[in-house]
Design a protein around this ligand. Sequence first.
Ligand code: NAD
Length: 232
Amino acid sequence: MQVERVGVVGAGQMGNGIAHVLALAEYDVLMTDISADALTAAMALIDKNMTRQVSKGAISEAQKATALGRIKTTQTLSDLGQTDLVIEAATERETIKQAIFEDLLPHLKPTTILTSNTSSISITRLASRTDRPEKFMGFHFMNPVPVMQLVELIRGIATDDETFNACYAVVERIGKTAATAEDFPAFIVNRILMPMINEAIYTLYEGVGSVRSIDTSLKLGANHPMGPLELA
Ligand code: NAD
């Protein structure tokens, strides 16, 4: 299935970054949020972040202008009805995400793929509340989206191959790398990262080392680009 029109639900930290990278890959993007202010702020931030990419020579002025023109915003969820793929990136609360999918379903084409950018909620459970669990999966971007190379793709118990392959193709087209994870809490990256950050905080709390020592140790001793406390 060919994806060309993508709906992004939630225009916060992740949603604006997701719209940004999709538009640069020449997808038509429709971004929605319950907050008009969030949509205005998201468009301003995308403009600013693309301007930075232009100044670094990563993209041209023309690419920026074309990409910005591909992003439309709406506060009406049902406007996403004609999209081929929806990436939900709203607030991390299961009841909010369930309500979004329930409100969206009556307006969608039968072929529309639904995905969630959730960091920790079960994909299978979210999928089971929809009319298309086989067309539902996790599409987990990293923060900040325009910079980070990885996307975790998470199949629910019913996700079919066509859906997985369509999402995989989107990851390739936006120039990122997909890693597949099973539907376990926190998937792969956060499952490993969060205990490390937590341990760094305990290491500081117990007086084993200063903030500087802890971060320098992991940067120079384990070749991490940032120390765990800086990252936190
Ligand atoms: P955020 O708070 O920055 O943005 C959430 C947006 O969702 C807000 O603008 C809010 O107005 C909007 N929203 C809330 N209810 C809505 C509704 N019913 N309809 C439409 N929009 C609604 O949050 P975020 O950090 O962008 O996180 C979004 C999702 O991405 C969460 O599931 C989070 O777990 C996940 N995530 C976050 C990060 C991160 O580092 N921030 C990384 C990976 C994944």
